[in-house]
Design a binder for this molecule. Sequence first.
Ligand code: NAD
Length: 462
Amino acid sequence: MKAHDGMYIDGAWRPAAGPDVIEVVNPADERVIGTVPAGTAEDVDAAVRAARAALPGWSATPPAERAARLAALRDALAAREEEIAETVTAELGAPPAFARTVHAGLPIAVAGSYADLAATYAFEEKVGNSTVYHEPVGVVGAITPWNYPLHQIVAKAAPALAAGCTVVLKPAEDTPLTARLFAGAVDEAGLPAGVFNLVTGLGPVAGQALAEHPDVDLVSFTGSTAVGKRIGAIAGGAVKRVALELGGKSANVILPSADLARAVNVGVANVMSNSGQTCSAWTRMLVHRDQYEEAVALAATAAAKYGERIGPVVNAKQRARVRGYIEKGVAEGARLVSGGPESPCERGYFVSPTVLADVTPGMAVAQEEIFGPVLTVLRYDDEEDALRIANGTVYGLAGAVWAGDEAEAVAFARRMDTGQVDINGGRFNPLAPFGGYKQSGVGRELGAHGLTEYLQTKSLQF
Ligand code: NAD
């Protein structure tokens, strides 16, 4: 158990304004592994002031120099790769191999992508008799969740810094230790004081103070739809920019011509990865009625194999929520074919990999984000029915389509109301825009599209 002191504000670790702390718990064994300060509105204000003071200098720094600092940040993160992976395992419960490749490896690559983009992006363009400048929006308030602790931070901080914005980060209360490692890397990378600031704290206290702060120009939030709606309302009321990455209930559509076994196995792996705590997870598998029972049997077998391989969910509240949904699904008439609500271990917030069959589109488990290792399998009559079901939720973050012929899958994907679709198991692309249609959010992260979120335009006419 280690008591971590201080917040990273204005280029130094400073004592928090108040005495309160947040306990960080290892979800695999329920032990308290450390504490961090619970920041207040006073800490947030100090951080925003530092970010505001640093803005003129950083926004005027040539893009090539910003790129060099971001490359140094990527290198500082890479030097901490092992420590990052171990920390994510300790505070989130991610299995070590997954922590290394995804939780540490992916954000290092994303940081590198923004070092490249800062160096190459056209921050100035000609439109007829005008010169259009793409200028930084200003001070960014970033509020991040715990599910991919470092990735969610880097996906906001790296493009904001590349754009010339300065940043105040309020990370999730469950995973603040990874955020502290990120601040350490920023410090080592030699970014000027105040360009990046970290305030740990509770959402309704520090998070809310950041979203409401009048000197924040853009709020970028990733997390639940409920909190996202509040942040959107606050930002709208103050006429400030807002980016929201919210929930999902993505459809994995398996068309009759697809390789069924492959589509089902990859689909199950997609849901069980990170213990189901992925906003873009394909949590609804849609199968033609003629292939339905075969798919359910394949899914049950595949899910059973994950029994000992997946980590716990993040905390007791999340475990209760996931179990509650499994029970609700069964009460609504779903058929449990793998897993179930009972705890597979005495200690730790584990949930068995669960597959619910005979799920119909109106059930809560087919409409609401569960955020745990729970797959629902729905049957469809024909392609039009599949499309109706796929598009029949308030969400639209991601999805997948499988077909024997790629063109057939693409034609279906083009009709889906969703921000990303993987064709026949297409690989994750860290440069492709990521973000939601409908209530999955506003704005895009990653790549050049992620950079433009943090830019505003000024045109000079000649
Ligand atoms: P949350 O929305 O409560 O937390 C996300 C972030 O927002 C955290 O940093 C939190 O401290 C902060 N926050 C909370 N209340 C706030 C407020 N009033 N003002 C400002 N900031 C605030 O999410 P959670 O409780 O950690 O998870 C609940 C559910 O959200 C999950 O079960 C899942 O469905 C969803 N979720 C989605 C994502 C995603 O990537 N889209 C990530 C995590 C959780």
